[in-house]
Design a protein. Structure first.
Length: 258
């Protein structure tokens, strides 16, 4: 139980991993920018989209229902329910920092995709704004947030943490593939959605840690309630006075009285 309590106060990203995480976030953001510029105002599939999209046909048979099921995970109601569960779990196991990441990361990523990038890039498919994929962004951002919280939760064994992260990765791949296979998005739209999720959630995790560390440092430096401001000065003066008195007695020893 003690280790669980201490885990709620740990950083989201270990200090030794901050640089690699920052690099991943920058690369993801760069990929989104490059794809967005390349496909700005476009309404057709590029060569890569045609090559990959032709291998992911989910319009008939069992794969149709399976693909639709994964695609529907990115709908508003499932996403809202998943966010509630993720936020509650994050606060229970990783404290306020976990809660801030679980709520802030996915919401900020989805807003970035839907209200900023889609209108800005203006790539369309069947008359609808397509880049980046909003459904993919939603699932990927929650998966990245959950994976970040899970990998840093050292209460669990390394095998379980890595297995959980791998399962989250497969879920994102399945949703992205389903969005393509069902004909809702081009493959590069889903790549953009994953890129937004990685960039936004990871940068937020680093920012939460920096802010949290500064707040912790300020609390540690602030005087406690039991020691009002100025009390430590009085204590120092008292010790100095006592030291001076002792030194005086040492130089003027008491004389014998008889």
């Amino acid at each position: 139980m003690r280790s669980i309590r201490s885990a709620r106060r740990t950083r989201l990203v270990a200090p030794r991993l901050r640089f690699p995480v920052a690099v991943v976030a920058v690369v993801a953001a760069a990929a989104v920018i490059v794809l967005g510029v390349h496909f700005a105002g476009d309404a057709h599939a590029g060569p890569l989209d045609r090559a990959l999209g032709g291998r992911l046909d989910m319009r008939d048979g069992v794969v149709k229902f399976l693909g639709q099921g994964f695609a529907d995970l990115g709908n508003p109601m499932p996403v809202a329910l998943a966010l509630v569960v993720l936020a509650g779990t994050a606060f229970a196991v990783r404290g306020p920092r976990g809660l801030a990441l679980a709520l802030g990361g996915p919401v900020l990523a989805m807003v970035t995709t839907s209200l900023v990038l889609k209108p800005l890039v203006a790539r369309t498919r069947s008359g609808e704004l397509a880049f980046p994929s909003g459904h993919t962004t939603a699932i990927a951002s929650m998966a990245v947030a959950a994976g970040t919280l899970l990998l840093g939760w050292t209460v669990m064994s390394r095998l379980l943490r890595y297995s959980g992260a791998a399962a989250l990765t497969l879920l994102v791949v399945a949703v992205a593939a389903s969005m393509v296979g069902r004909g809702y998005h081009y493959p590069t739209d889903t790549v953009g959605g994953v890129g937004v999720a990685l960039a936004v959630v990871l940068v937020l995790a680093l920012a939460i840690d920096v802010t949290g560390d500064r707040a912790t440092s300020r609390r540690a430096d602030a005087p406690t309630a039991a020691s009002p401001p100025g009390a430590h000065v009085s204590d120092t003066q008292s010790r100095a006075t006592a030291s001076s008195a002792s030194a005086g007695r040492a130089h003027h020893p008491p004389q014998n009285s008889g």
